[in-house]
Design a protein around this ligand. Sequence first.
Ligand code: ATP
Length: 209
Amino acid sequence: MSEFVAFGGTFDPVHFGHIISARDVAQQMGYQQVHLVPCGDAYHKGGALTHSTHRLAMLEQALAEEPWLLADGRETRREGATYTIDTLKDLRSELGPDAHIAWVMGSDTADQLTSWHNWRSLFELANVIVVRRAHESRPNLSSWPCRWMQDTKDFKACAFGAALELELTPVDISSTDVRCRLKNHQSVADLVPPSVLKYINTLGLYRES
Ligand code: ATP
């Protein structure tokens, strides 16, 4: 069975929380590769995002030495608002009906899923893996139209329609925190890889409000 595993997000900027969680998902689930997929510029939730060229470039540099992780720019090349459902439709037609497709999200994102465009249809195209973020209580996901699974082998046998909660070692970092520290001229050396810090410093990103 072919597989495609994606961790979507804004990655503004990518930090060790993303990288360590994605790496842990790959290792715990036995996946060959996890794609980190930054959203496009017309982000449906609004708010000023750093241009996708930079968000993707930082991701590429951060993951250059990560054998299990891949920066995937497919959503940044699409026009208009980024909807995960469109990405999943493309993936499903690319990979065929039997491929195991899994979309990974943190518990904060999972808690908001019911506000996403066409969210129920996600489960007709893919499976979902929820990872707990530091200091987050367990979200109530009982309205999700999916089969909850505990066994990773059973989960990986599903093409779509299943969900799994994965307990990882929490990494208490957010992009908001990184941006805030940079704006206040504080160090982020423990929060992002050196290559990302270099990119940020060279372009002077996140320094102004
Ligand atoms: P922001 O602070 O700007 O909201 P963020 O740190 O939450 O950003 P995103 O790019 O929005 O990062 O997150 C992408 C995905 O990664 C989401 O599903 C989010 O829940 C998850 N995620 C982000 N940080 C962590 C972390 N430290 N541990 C586990 N999952 C995380």
